[in-house]
Design a binder for this molecule. Structure first.
Ligand SMILES: Cc1cc2nc3c(=O)[nH]c(=O)nc-3n(C[C@H](O)[C@H](O)[C@H](O)COP(=O)(O)OP(=O)(O)OC[C@H]3O[C@@H](n4cnc5c(N)ncnc54)[C@H](O)[C@@H]3O)c2cc1C
Length: 387
């Protein structure tokens, strides 16, 4: 494992840090920052912020220069996420566009699709969502039933998607739909781009545990999608979906920084505990686990820098940090006691920030492939256990 970054990566970090110091909205990410009155207001703020980042070319640095990136390597991309989180800067809002759609179109899209969509993904002029999961198809995505029938130079799409993050603000979605009803499972699926303003697209927000509504149900009724929006070959969408899903996991520098900050919160809370309080041991354990998460990240980053394939290792990283997160949040709630359950008001701690974080990270063991599925992957592909 390499424990140092290259001089070029350190130079990149220095330039970025200086830019962030001058540009991060004052107070953002701290307890003094005024809560947004509505989700719409938060979304508009985040969209503007991505525009500012993109103007300075700090979005999609790992994209090739010809598509608006910097052609940066894995080290710089890692440092970008780490530094943005450490500066308490807002996260890029069009994450699905930048991290999933862009690389998928670069690999499988037509030149016309790339020139139409890629630049506007970076600037957040177009927001994208991921229309994969369905009520009956999540972990087992190949059982999806949304269908797309050919009608002249269009597909006609009908079905239901769910858990579609930010769909209520999305201009476009990447959709998986069945184009061959006879073919088995993965074989008859196609991958296409849906204009979310098309007739027949209905988006219904879902309220989450945190009180926010980033998630949506999306109903598609006879939605006409031009054939030119097909990505790759017809019926071959499953292999393209693999490209998209491969970009969902891997190192998680942002999560590492967030949990280091959570550890700072915990260490602060420890000061309120008596010296012999056993919860202090749990905080020490959290500090050890954050260190292990850092080393996991570095080991994987080292492999990426050497150009090695990640394979099932990304499952291990996802499993480790998500479980660490939930253990740490349990310790936070344990230390806070009843005050931890207050979301705002004079008796709340950190204006409910730690409570919302606790509630949000319940999702960490579900998104980007559930932890049970990650365990299956590790069992079969790393340990060689039978199915
Ligand atoms: C924060 C968040 C954001 C998301 N955003 C999007 C989005 O933008 N677009 C999108 O398409 N989807 C999105 N999802 C959906 C996500 O991809 C699915 O929730 C996930 O794939 C699991 O599917 P499911 O919810 O249908 O659960 P299921 O697959 O029905 O699983 C239910 C339970 O059964 C377990 N299970 C399932 N299969 C197995 C197995 N073979 N072996 C052992 N246990 C198993 C699971 O681990 C889980 O505990 C998001 C989810 C979250 C939490």
């Amino acid at each position: 494992m390499d424990l140092t970054f290259s001089p070029a990566a350190e130079e990149f970090r220095g330039e970025l840090r200086t830019w962030l110091e001058a540009n991060v909205p004052a107070g953002y990410g701290t307890d003094t920052f005024e809560d947004f009155a509505t989700l719409d207001a938060e979304f508009q703020f985040l969209r503007r912020w991505q525009g500012t980042l993109a103007e300075a070319r700090w979005v999609g640095v790992h994209w090739p220069r010809k598509y608006g990136g910097r052609g940066a390597g894995p080290e710089e991309n890692y440092l970008l996420q780490e530094e943005v989180a450490a500066a308490r800067a807002p996260e890029v809002i069009n994450r699905i566009g930048v991290n999933l759609v862009g690389p998928s179109l670069m690999t499988h899209g037509t030149e016309a699709q790339r020139s139409r969509y890629l630049a506007r993904i970076l600037s957040a002029e177009d927001i994208w969502c991921q229309l994969f999961s369905e009520p009956g198809a999540g972990s087992d995505l190949t059982s999806l039933t949304t269908r797309a029938e050919i009608d002249g130079d269009h597909f006609v799409v009908t079905g239901q998607k769910v858990w579609t993050s930010w769909a209520q603000y999305a201009d476009f979605g990447i959709l998986l739909a069945r184009t061959d009803a006879e073919a088995k499972r993965a074989r008859g699926i196609s991958y296409m781009i849906v204009d979310m303003r098309s007739d027949g697209v209905e988006v219904r927000p879902l309220r989450q545990l945190t009180g926010s509504s980033e998630f949506n149900e999306v109903f598609l009724t006879d939605v006409r999608v031009p054939r030119e929006n097909l990505v790759g070959e017809i019926h071959n969408g499953w292999s393209i979906a693999q490209t998209t899903l491969a970009h969902e996991r891997g190192t998680s520098p942002r999560q590492l920084v967030i949990h280091r900050m959570l550890l700072d919160d915990l260490v602060g809370l420890a000061e309120t505990l008596p010296a012999d309080d056993p919860r202090r041991d749990h905080i020490a354990q959290a500090a050890i686990e954050v260190e292990i998460a850092k080393l996991n990240n570095w080991r994987t980053l080292t492999r990426r820098v050497r150009g090695e394939e990640l394979g099932p290792e990304s499952s291990f990283i996802k499993l480790y940090w998500s479980e660490m997160s939930q253990r740490m949040h349990d310790v936070v709630m344990d230390v806070l006691g009843p005050a931890g359950t207050l979301d705002g008001g004079v008796h709340s701690v950190a204006r409910g920030r730690l409570l919302r974080s606790y509630l949000y990270y319940r999702a960490a063991s579900i998104f980007a492939g559930t932890n049970e599925v990650q365990r299956n992957i590790i069992a079969q592909r790393v340990l060689g256990l039978p199915r």
